[in-house]
Design a protein. Sequence first.
Length: 417
Amino acid sequence: MSTHINVLDMAREQLAVAANILDLDKGLHNVLAQPMRQLIVHFPVVLDNGEVQVFEGCRVQHNAARGPTKGGLRYHPDVDVDETTALAMWMTWKCAVVNIPYGGAKGSVKVDIKKLSKRELEKLTRRFVTEISSMIGERSDIPAPDIGTNSQVMAWVMDTMSMQKGHTVPGAVTGKPIELGGSEGRTEATGRGVVVVLEEAVRVLNMNLANARIIVQGFGNVGSTAAKLVEEAGGTVVGISDAVGGIYNPKGLPVHDLFNRYSGRDGGIREFKDAEKVTNMELLEMPCDILIPAAIAAQVTKENADKVKARLIVEGANGPCTPDADHIFSDKGVLVVPDILANAGGVIVSYFEWVQDLQNFFWEENEVNIKLTKIMRSSFSAVESAMMTHKTDMRTAALVIGVKRVADATIRRGIFP
Ligand code: NAD
């Protein structure tokens, strides 16, 4: 579905709504609607069978008014420069909403990683990093994991950049393994943040998590962590899915068990017998109280938003609900906690990782989690207040806060020269 919807148009439409509320100057709006830099690269990799394959990748920096740019590296067959630009723009607003000193960026390579060996994946990563090395660095633009990349890939990114510098640069990338300067709590940070804001939203809606049925789309890093933590918090996960499809049981699914048995293998969860097999799209429409889309963009659209049963949607993924779907949810009284708030836990702990690397002084997991929870709760509360002030939905309220902070920084800095 995501291939039919231009997510950059979606991101620009969201920006326009916030710009209108803020009465943003037209020139400033134009600055914020464009990425400051886009680098598209085509690079060769020698495959294990000796053949040379050319891959396309890009790195996009959207805005650096508030600090170095920050954003993940996505390896996926459907990515393109427009989608990467939208993701970079959302990173800008996300960092501003939770008030950490970064701008937004994103990188991507058009590749199906399932077709690569580990050695090929390493070579692709090292060559891609070299191609975009003029843009990235610990003081300029700091990559992190996203779909299709993980801590091992970040280790290769760090090593490649260190080889080029001639000394180790742990602060040049986040989401690294702990032994290479990664932060305790980073792997779980996005899912943990999702559950912190979910609990806040449950309180606002006067719901009871102990009675809530939850569906999670996506069983990767974000989806599986959110599913496990929401179960630990007392909720019942009734449906989950991965790229192959989903499973549903109104009585609940044993999330920890499913994770231990099937995580990391698309289609694995469908081997679980005690549940109904459903397609990804069917899963979104099954009975539940809370939906956590934690896979890819543009999953809930004008085609299916009306059929979603949840009262609360917490966006673990980036851009899972389109603006059309937002309107339908707003009319139905469904609360959508938007991506730029809900999944900010990842970049918050990436920020902690960067700070720890620059200082060479590392924190315990408990300290990381406490600091993360504090920022997520205070950001939720600020967005909730902005909702009341502007009498608007939660996405627009979050955008108003994020866009305003970036606009103010841009005005303060002035336009060079
Ligand atoms: P991941 O690669 O670990 O997992 C992605 C999951 O989505 C996998 O289970 C995959 O099978 C599933 N999936 C892929 N296509 C699907 C489809 N069409 N329908 C259902 N499931 C599908 O990725 P991740 O890191 O968990 O990222 C998930 C989402 O969260 C992405 O939108 C990403 O941008 C966003 N996000 C991730 C982080 C992070 O720290 N990892 C931070 C912020 C936002």
